[in-house]
Design a protein. Structure first.
Length: 374
């Protein structure tokens, strides 16, 4: 029986870092200047925590829908939820932006979710395509690549960008709009990775025996390699050994794999996606947890990296900047070490190591007399 994919999710994460809101003198024209200081950030968060339907500047809201049903956030706050505004500031929690609902493109068998987030140190844009149908492995790869690389999306809500555009143009335009919303129209672009970080999860599938170990070098590995490394020569590239790309796990069966490449993850858990219907909920939740974990690492590493550049230019840190980057170094240390009181996964450690982030984190940790990552 051939493998058939009935439902998969693909999320793409873009993060842009800027230090304007943490500067000694925040630009007075910045609409979201309140994000850069604890004494202005906390009252806004407190208002939202008291009433998540409260109307605040630019339609911002809490980053979670129901925190008690979202394991990443529950564990991020060490199980003490809902948090208070002070803990949100210490954890560098973003606010969620409000984007208009978008019609999904006609070529996509499913729908698209677009999300935006505002941090004290930058912005983020996340696109999730939820694809349903009956696809073989190659068709799944081609659909995922179409979402990321060649498909056209309607974005009439972005001023000055008429018609349908590719996802890169959509992300560039969206980040510009978010930056303007945070800092004003004269703001210069911040720093971001050359490519988005991606997470793909197979939510429903058939034709896979969950009792059989994941096959090295076969059709399934080639597909996962294609949707994590994103090589244009994916059909013919040599495949790495599984020990190089399998995210560590102490409990997963040999048929399960989280395929880990530098800028992408793919979740292949046939024990869930080929089983009863409750597996769909488990995998959907895991996908969201992995997206938020990736978003958090990308965001905090942006702050760390920009701080390292800032210091090497001989520029002092403002009190707000110093506090936030110290918090970031501490959070990344706990995520890296898999501390039992926070979100535990091998993903953050692997994410940092594969993207050569550890040296920068250690440089900042030493600045605040912390031990190196371990």
């Amino acid at each position: 029986m051939s493998v058939e994919i009935g439902d998969f999710r693909l999320s793409l994460i873009w993060v842009e870092t800027f230090l304007d809101l943490l500067a000694p003198h925040v630009p007075p024209e910045a609409p979201l200047a309140f994000l850069g200081r604890s004494y202005t950030y906390e009252p806004v968060f407190d208002q939202l925590l008291q009433d998540d339907a409260a109307e605040i500047a630019s339609g911002l809201s809490l980053p979670w829908i129901n925190i008690t049903h979202q394991r990443f956030w529950e564990r991020y706050f060490e199980g003490r939820v809902p948090p208070n505004a002070r803990r949100c500031w210490k954890a560098l929690v973003p606010l969620r932006g409000k984007l208009p609902a978008e019609p999904s493109p006609g070529w996509l068998p499913g729908r698209v979710l677009m999300e935006s987030f505002y941090y004290p140190h930058g912005i983020a844009f996340v696109v999730t395509a939820m694809c349903k149908g009956s696809l073989n492995m190659e068709e799944t790869v081609l659909m995922a690549r179409r979402v990321k690389q060649t498909g056209r999306f309607p974005i009439q809500w972005l001023q000055g960008v008429p018609g349908n555009v590719g996802l890169k143009t959509l992300a560039d335009s969206a980040l510009k709009a978010l930056r303007t919303a945070a800092l004003g129209p004269a703001a210069a672009p911040g720093s971001r990775s050359a490519t988005p970080f991606t997470v793909l999860t197979v939510v429903r599938g058939a034709g896979v025996d969950p009792s059989v170990p994941f096959p090295a070098g076969g059709e399934s590995q080639r597909a996962l390699e294609a949707v994590t490394r994103w090589s244009n020569n994916w059909r013919f590239d040599p495949l790495p050994g599984l020990e190089e790309v399998r995210l560590k796990s102490s409990i997963a069966p040999e048929s399960h794999i989280v395929y880990a490449r530098k800028r992408g993850r793919a979740v292949w858990w046939p024990g869930y996606f080929s089983g009863p219907g409750e597996g769909t909920h488990t995998l959907s939740c895991y996908h969201r947890n992995l997206v938020f974990a990736s978003l958090t690492v990308e965001s905090l590493m942006g702050l760390i990296s920009e701080t390292v550049k800032h210091r090497r230019q001989g520029r002092p840190l403002s009190p707000a900047h110093s506090e936030c980057v110290q918090r970031a170094a501490g959070i990344l240390g706990r995520l890296y070490g898999g501390v039992s009181t926070t979100y535990r996964s091998w993903h953050p450690m692997t994410h940092m190591e594969q993207n050569d982030f550890t040296a920068a984190v250690n440089e900042v940790r030493r600045l605040f007399n912390m031990t190196d990552l371990q």
